[in-house]
Design a protein around this ligand. Structure first.
Ligand SMILES: Cc1ncc(COP(=O)(O)O)c(C=O)c1O
Length: 388
């Protein structure tokens, strides 16, 4: 019996995603990285497909090198000088820098240490927005992410072997086609000088309606025109889409203009994107749940408010009034002791949890076969105390 709250990662679903990513990588002739920011559970690594990792900090870079293997890439809006030294000491394969000042610092430290093994790239800003939500749009006005073309004038690109452009968020291949056209329009004259191009993350490659053929054809065409360039994609979500559940138990049901269910899992502490993004996760109940990330057809899926017999608000145990997963409707009010399963909870969850209010972090569990669970990690008081 699983303890709750728990993140249950379904390795069967991971393998399905891995097969799709492998097919894209092989047919398009590109290298597929794993963006650790979205999902970085080392125990799940054997079920993923990646030729390396991309990190957003020294700690993620170290995790990539020590626990995931393959090529290690790193990018941050800015690295401190100790960060740069640490990345060099880790021996990461590629670093992407976000300004010419950062490049000057990297060059100085690398010269000091005699470090030459890391390939150095620059993140470019093609000034072409595909995102509707400004906080997820790297090309939004006043964005700090990526160097605009105007800033390249008069700069010395000696030693720059690649470019990086991350411009998408949960998007389809048509958005990539338009982004690539914008990149080529602005930076096309510089492409003959580089050896690698990292097209970032946000490609929702494993989603049912994703146009994988268009992505593959677009990358093949790019590679035909620039055969000297090695291409990378670095999705995070696509590796773990629809591959994890967040399992909670009902602790109480209070009444305030309708039933309010209080769970042992917290939106504020365990799924902060629900509040930050914000979005309302899908949820279901199923007494015969065998750990599958996608609910069986017999599962009782919650509806939108008004859709089923009774409207119910699902909330967490913390003091935050806004610790709310969302408003739903069910055929019956969930009772104390019932289990609820939030869907699609492998991505941007366990990497973002916090211990606000001292609330215990969820167990981390792998589902290796139907009804077969391996609890990889449990958390207790020491995890809370050690951060304070
Ligand atoms: C530079 C970079 N690479 C990769 C990713 C991963 O994106 P996703 O998880 O949406 O595929 C992100 C996400 O913010 C990013 O900023």
């Amino acid at each position: 019996m699983l303890n709750t709250p728990a993140f249950v990662v379904d390795t069967l679903a991971l393998k399905r995603n891995a097969a799709l990513l492998q097919e894209v990588a092989e047919r398009a002739g590109v290298r597929m990285l794993l963006a650790l920011k979205a999902f970085s559970m080392p125990a799940a690594a054997p079920y993923l497909y990646y030729s390396g990792t991309c990190a957003s900090s020294v700690h993620e870079a170290r995790l990539g090198v020590e626990s995931f293997g393959g090529e290690s890439h790193a990018f941050a809006a800015a690295f401190s000088e100790p960060d740069m030294r640490a990345l060099m000491q880790l021996g990461i394969h590629h670093v992407t820098l976000n300004s010419f000042d950062q490049l000057a610092r990297w060059r100085r430290i690398a010269a000091e240490l005699g470090h030459t093994s890391t390939q150095v790239g620059l993140r470019i800003n093609p000034e072409h927005s595909e995102g509707q939500v400004p906080i997820y749009d790297p090309c939004a006005p006043k964005s700090r992410l990526g160097i605009r073309r105007v800033a390249f004038e008069g700069q010395d690109l000696t030693g720059i072997s690649g470019f990086h452009c991350h411009n998408l968020c949960e998007q389809n291949a048509d958005c990539f086609v338009r982004t690539l056209a914008a990149i080529e329009a602005k930076f096309g004259d510089l492409l003959p000088q580089i050896q690698w191009f990292n097209f970032g993350g946000g490609h929702h490659i494993t989603r049912e309606d994703y146009d994988r053929e268009l992505l593959i054809a677009t990358l093949q065409d790019f590679r035909r025109r620039y055969p000297h360039i090695t291409c990378y994609l670095e999705p995070g979500e696509a590796h773990v889409l629809k591959a994890g559940s967040f399992v909670c138990t009902v602790l109480d049901v209070v009444e305030n203009d309708g039933p309010i269910v209080v769970l042992d899992g917290s939106a504020a502490c365990h799924t902060p994107d629900v509040i930050e993004m914000p979005y309302t996760p899908r949820v279901f109940m199923d007494e015969a749940w065998s750990g599958e990330a996608e609910p069986r057809s017999a599962a009782l899926r919650a509806g939108e408010p008004g859709e089923r017999k009774v409207d119910v608000r699902l909330t967490g145990p913390s003091c935050l009034a806004g610790d709310v997963f969302g408003d739903y409707s069910f055929d019956r009010v969930p009772q104390i002791g019932d289990r609820l399963y939030f869907e699609d909870m492998a991505l941007y969850t366990m990497v973002k949890t916090n211990t606000f209010n001292g609330i215990r972090l969820p167990d981390l569990v792998l589902r290796t076969a139907p009804n077969t669970f391996e609890t990889v990690r449990t958390f207790g008081y020491d995890d809370f105390r050690s951060r304070l």
